[in-house]
Ligand binder design. Structure first.
Ligand SMILES: O=C(O)CCC(=O)C(=O)O
Ligand SMILES: [Fe+2]
Length: 408
């Protein structure tokens, strides 16, 4: 009465034809049996065993649902519901995901990534906790289409950009003239000049870019607290943007071009009054909402650690809800005995670390703020003596934090 789709392996989404005469129990059991070859060391259980065995015995069975990712835990009280849900999931996968064109890019990656996915789905977690469930338990939540970043993270055509052509110049002009911002000690390190006939209508050819240093961006106590918050979160080896993955996202990877460690200022760090004050200050200075900024990235460089020349602009983000990084606000949290400057090779300029100092520069062009300005390429020079602490605020064209919550 049940025909196994012979030949394929379980994890390759081996689906089974279900005959009408079977109850859901039988379906789950029979299909699980199709996976026997894939799971070592398990023994077949009889068709009625779900009703006979204790929950502990049932949980030892590792096969159920192995054709759609992690084998699923069968909870004693919920056995019937879970088995029915697994059977329904199988129908969903077979009749929708494997057939309908919008699932084409996710067919091979739609898996339950946790043994409790089906249990959680049964108790309503897909609705209560969608950020986690829709990605980690996509078959159980019937959200396979969400796995591809293009479906999960559509561009909002009505979203407002932080910068339109010409706004970057206006923003920096405002920063250096606004009386309320003088308390942060702004110093112009570099500003663009426009050659005759080469005016703001084609800023690509402007000479020089904006770079402002703030001598008093942070008090000593605030700087110390930021370092402390990084320590609480824990500094881990820094990563760079890596290869594109099947779900359309880009892997973060460790490489030899960036040898620092860093901590992300999230959760208890994000809500800390000092971190909030710093983010609020950056919002006031730039006039761009805090929500457009990534969480602060707290950096730690030991002697000889560095970050080789790069640009903070990330190409692929142009088609993401957050848009590209338009500005970097970089804060120095301590004095470094020797080395550790932020060097801009194309500008022939190096900003030295100093406790409480910040420097701000654009990654994009004034007249085309979705496009990278390669003149802002920079590197963190190796620390020669001492330790260097810093913090990055990367400010995006649009809201970063809201899409980020759902993995965009
Ligand atoms: O540490 C520095 O001076 C700059 C770091 C940097 O450029 C980065 O983290 O993107
Ligand atoms: Fe950078």
């Amino acid at each position: 009465n049940v025909v196994s789709d012979a030949g394929g392996t379980c994890l390759n989404r081996n689906l089974y034809t279900i005959s009408d005469g079977l109850g859901m129990f039988d379906v789950a059991l029979e299909t699980a049996r199709g996976c026997e070859n894939d799971i070592e060391g398990t023994t077949a259980i009889s068709e009625s065993s779900y009703e006979r065995e204790s929950p502990a015995v049932l949980e030892k069975d590792k096969r159920i649902g192995a054709d759609m990712g992690e084998p699923q835990v069968i909870d004693g009280d919920r056995t019937k519901e879970i088995l029915k849900h697994i059977a329904d999931t199988r129908v969903y996968l077979k009749e929708k995901v494997m057939v309908e064109p919008q699932y084409e890019k996710v067919r091979d990656i739609c898996m339950n990534k946790h043994a409790s996915c089906t249990f959680w789905a049964v108790i309503g977690e897909c609705e209560k906790n969608p950020a986690y469930m829709e990605l980690q338990c996509a078959p159980a939540c019937r959200t396979c289409e969400q796995l591809h970043v293009e479906t999960r993270c559509p561009l909002d055509v009505n979203a407002v950009d932080a910068l339109y052509p010409g706004d970057l110049d206006k923003m920096f002009e405002r920063i250096i003239t606004d009386a309320g911002l003088q308390q942060y000690g702004p110093v112009v390190l570099s500003r663009p000049s426009y050659a005759p006939g080469d005016g703001p209508n084609n800023a690509t050819y402007s000479i020089g870019i904006w770079m402002i240093q703030f001598e008093k961006a942070l008090s000593e106590e605030e700087a110390d607290r930021m370092i402390e918050l990084g320590g609480i979160k824990g500094y881990e080896r820094s990563k760079d943007v890596g290869e594109k993955q099947p779900d359309g996202t880009y892997q973060a990877y460790v490489n030899t071009g960036r040898t620092s460690t860093n901590a992300w200022c999230v959760d208890s760090c994000y809500t800390d009054p000092v971190a909030q004050a710093l983010m609020g200050r950056i919002e006031t200075i730039t006039g761009i909402p805090e929500t457009n900024s990534e969480n602060l990235q707290l950096l730690r460089y030991e002697e000889s650690q560095f970050y080789q020349t790069h640009n903070d602009y990330i190409n692929y983000q142009i088609e993401r809800p957050c848009g590209v990084r338009v500005l970097t606000f970089y804060v120095y949290l301590n004095d470094v005995e020797e080395g550790g400057g932020t060097d801009f090779p194309r500008l022939n300029m190096t900003v030295m670390p100093k406790k409480g100092r910040a420097v701000m520069w654009p990654s994009v062009l004034n007249m085309d703020p979705n496009r990278k300005d390669p003149r802002s390429d920079h590197q963190a020079l190796p620390v020669i003596k001492g330790v260097k602490y810093g913090a990055n605020a990367w400010i995006h064209m649009r809201d970063f934090k809201t899409p980020n919550k759902k993995g965009c």
